[in-house]
Design a protein. Structure first.
Length: 644
């Protein structure tokens, strides 16, 4: 969405985001092929240029493993840009015929389970990850799936009626292109099936309540909860064996029940059409011009409002990244200076030390303080790139068939996940490639991960000043460390094991402060779209991390420039600059339903409302738009922060 045009930026005390970013907001444009545009997307554009040069122009000094990685990436790239259309068409038709020739639901489940293992959307999202209750053992999680739109709300909200109509028309065209008879009736049936499944889905906000969305059940329990679903056929075809004595994690039992009911009551012809559509949507970019264009028209143009497709080389690079992120990541790291990793690591340590001081000098009770310090000191820090390969095998790429390559890559990932079962958790594994511009905290590993892709301006520079790097990378690190103590992270201890290690008093205190954050966010409105509302329960964890991370970064900055009001203004302004983003309306509406981060303007302004340094640096008073009364600000554990 475009922001309103203003000749003069508003005062910092009334709208800090626009005060800092107004001139950029008035001149910036979202590229026609993108759903949003901002600081992160600009950095991603730089990284894309680097990766494209790596794939297209192999440095002569690369040999051995790097040469093999490059061959894989270049073969994937070539297969997307210049596919053998006849081979792709033949493989697509073979899969569609395999689906529509099934004679029973059990038979269809076997086919779809194999396709799920090969990368298709289907009955479940299968995740093999560290158990909440034993961080050194893997758990098998069956998460809800089965729908094509972003969330349950799209099927239920009356305002989505035009979108639902467009979706049915889109499904009809896909089924027509796939050769199914009576596609119009089948498209309506697919919508009815998905709407029935969607009713059972938990929302993104509900899924954040991990105490309600992490249930451990046995193989026998699966039969009891969902008796009409053929679990044996599903697991065998997926490649998951020896499951009779294993436990499973289920985030939403209601979805299993709904799936079972529909397995018994929905016509096989509807399930076949649903399966053909999900397979086709999952692999649409590789299935020829007509299907790729149809998929883009609905999901990019109609749903999110983009105008054009990305250039083919960019799409080919995205394909390489999705199929061979490990190989591409090694090539990216080989092009960098590893000295920046150590400099960035030093920033991480400085922020952790500032965190430690805030705990040590706080008014927390002894039990909670000692536990928090132990957890903080136990955080595993990963900066730059993985120290060891993740996958058990390498991808052998076909230079002419992108569909086969996509399915091979997915089968490797599925096999990698299934091979974890029964083994100790690999704490060296990363869940982002080195060229990612994101970062994360993993509570089961008690670790923060800062990929190399984020280690560039404006977040980080080896030649930058301490204050500049703290204002960029320091805030990111503070944010991720703060997640160790948010409403989800605080339920995991220093080893990554889930239990209530803090005192009951602290838990009650946290819940009181959580209600403050939820209340303050749900009062937020967009000036140019007042009907759009924020789900406070969805964003509370990220807002907490934003507030605490920025506070800690300000504390670290104060060590280098004590009492310097201008230094605090500079840090706050640099941080506000990094949040700037323009959104298309469809993307913004989706984010408000499924993304735990606030959109940029609300995120920036909501965060500084809870920062006492902001009030002091800019003389904010009760007459100003961003004033929040002291009792309404987040004050979780420090008794030394001044209240105005």
């Amino acid at each position: 969405m475009r922001h309103g045009e203003l000749d003069t930026p508003p005062a910092a005390q009334d709208n800090f985001y626009r005060h800092v970013n107004q001139h950029w907001l008035e001149s910036a444009e979202i590229p026609p092929s993108k759903v949003r545009h901002g600081m992160i997307s600009q950095i991603q554009g730089k990284i894309r240029k680097t990766l494209l040069a790596i794939v297209l122009d192999r440095p002569s000094e690369w040999a051995g493993p790097l040469e093999s990685d490059h061959l894989t990436c270049r073969s994937l790239f070539n297969s997307f840009v210049a596919p053998d259309v006849s081979r792709v068409e033949a493989q697509r038709n073979e899969v569609v015929q395999r689906i529509i020739s099934t004679k029973s639901f059990e038979h269809l489940v076997r086919v779809m389970a194999h396709l799920e293992a090969s990368g298709s959307l289907g009955f479940f999202w299968l995740d093999i990850s560290a158990s909440h209750y034993n961080p050194n053992a893997y758990a098998i999680e069956l998460a809800q799936s089965g729908i094509s739109l972003p969330s349950r709300q799209y099927y239920e909200d009356p305002s989505s009626a035009p979108l639902i109509e467009a979706f049915v028309q889109h499904v009809e065209r896909v089924l027509t292109l796939s050769g199914l008879e009576e596609p119009a009736a089948l498209a309506q049936a697919v919508l009815s099936l998905e709407a029935s499944l969607a009713k059972s889905h938990i929302t993104a906000s509900e899924s954040r309540r991990i105490e309600d969305s992490y249930e451990i059940i046995t193989r026998t329990d699966l039969n009891t909860v969902a008796p009409s679903f053929p679990w044996g056929e599903y697991f065998t075809s997926l490649g998951l064996t020896d499951v009779e004595e294993r436990n499973f994690v289920v985030s939403n039992l209601a979805y299993l029940e709904a799936l079972s009911v529909n397995a018994a009551q929905t016509k096989l012809s509807t399930w076949k059409a649903w399966s053909v559509y999900h397979f086709t949507h999952s692999f649409a970019p590789y299935l020829g011009v007509e299907i790729a264009s149809e998929n883009h028209n609905f999901y990019s143009r109609i749903l999110f409002g983009t105008e054009d497709r990305s250039p083919i080389q960019e799409r080919a690079l995205n394909f390489v990244s999705g199929a061979a992120s490990e190989e591409l990541g090694r090539l990216y790291v080989a092009s960098l200076s590893s000295s920046s990793f150590q400099s960035a690591y030093d920033v991480v340590l400085e922020i952790r030390d500032t965190f430690r001081a805030s705990f040590a000098n706080s008014d927390l009770d002894t039990q909670t303080k000692l536990g928090a310090l132990r957890k903080l000191d136990s955080v595993r820090i990963k900066v730059g790139a993985p120290s060891a390969p993740t996958r058990d095998a390498s991808l052998i790429a076909d230079p002419e068939n992108p569909l086969e390559n996509a399915m091979r890559a997915a089968r490797l990932e599925t096999a990698h996940g299934l091979n974890k079962i029964g083994k100790q958790v690999d704490h060296l594994e990363w869940f982002l490639p080195p060229y990612s511009t994101n970062a994360y905290y993993n509570p089961s590993g008690n670790e923060i991960v800062i990929p190399a892709g984020i280690l560039q301006e404006p977040f980080f520079s080896e030649s930058g000043t301490k204050l500049q790097n703290i204002a960029g990378l320091g805030v990111i690190v503070g944010h991720e460390l703060a997640h160790a103590f948010d409403d989800q992270g605080r339920l995991f201890d220093w080893d990554g094991r889930r239990w209530e290690w803090s005192s009951r008093g602290f838990a009650e205190r946290w819940n009181r402060e959580k209600r403050k954050l939820v209340a303050s966010t749900e009062r937020l409105r967009f000036d140019d779209a007042p009907a759009l509302k924020v789900d406070g329960a969805l964003v509370v964890g990220e807002l907490f991390a934003d507030v605490l991370g920025l506070r800690v970064a300000l504390g670290a900055a104060a060590m280098h420039s004590p009492g310097d009001r201008s230094a605090h203004q500079e840090l706050l302004a640099r941080w506000a600059m990094t949040t700037r983003t323009l959104y298309r309306k469809g993307d913004l509406e989706r984010l408000l339903k499924v993304d735990p981060h606030l959109p940029s303007e609300l995120r920036c302004n909501a965060t500084v409302q809870h920062i006492d340094n902001f009030y002091e640096a800019y003389d904010v008073t009760s007459e100003n738009g961003l004033w929040l009364a002291p009792g309404e600000r987040l004050m979780l554990w420090s008794k030394h922060e001044k209240q105005r």
